[in-house]
Design a protein. Sequence first.
Length: 332
Amino acid sequence: MEQVRHYIQEVLGIEIKITPLKKEEQGVLPYYITQAFHFYKFTIYNHEFILADLQQDQFNIGQLKQQLQVIRKALNKKIVIAVPQVATLDRRRLIDAGINFIAPGHQFFLPDLMIDLNESHINKKRKQKTERLLPSAQFILLYYILHPEEKKKIEEYTFKELAKKFDYTQMAITKAVENLLNLELCEVKGTKEKYIYFKYPQRNELWKAALPKMVNPVLKKVFVDEKPEKNMLLANTSALPEYSDMNPGKQEYYAIEKNVFYALQKAGRLINENEYEGKYCLEVWKYNPEKLTAGITEEGSVDPLSLYLSLKDSHDERIEMALEQIIKEYTW
């Protein structure tokens, strides 16, 4: 399901949650159906779907149509099947039958929403995405720039050690390094154990080369009336006073890593969460802001370079002046 979730995010550019269908919801389905599929649910563009994960590589298209009809009638929902291993011919048969399906890495056919994305669409989208840094790749690059005094340098960590150090999976680190390679910002050395080496000897040169490819670390902003009981860093204009001459604004801003935010949201611990106003504004970050700040912040703020990236498109003259100070001070 993680492959399916990541694939949908990649081709549509949206975050989705895939959750198992509760046993009581599956209780209306015949036994032979629950043995043939594992069931999940997710929402795309405000449309709820049941995801039926086919538990076999081979299928009969006529039998599959009958099974989906039974599922649709019992659950009264739109159905999408997940087919991890499927030949091109079988995909064509699914399309001809008008069946919603997802084949991760190959095709996303959803006639109920008029969506049909295959390899050519995906490869074009991947090419566009390689022009920008992945959040994980940006995190590694910023850590390298911000922590030149560390005894053990980034180049001395294997991929496995980097994953442990930054709380990423080894796959995520591999993808991040591949992204940096594609953007010609680093090299990889080693055979059995691999190590990353950034191409630019001076950190300010690396910053300048990477800046056009960097992304805003903020995924979204939400407002709440009570500050969650979590260690959060000052962000936005609340963080600017530490790194510039700017005074803080009236609105209080805090950065929170996305997984922490969604856990709080799921637990119902965000009071009066909304998109418009509140005593506190929570910036949901794409990477963990706390791991970049060790030895840098004295007042509990996000790191200055991520702060710059989060505000660089502002048209507020005071913010622009503060960001100029940050660049002069922290890009060496």
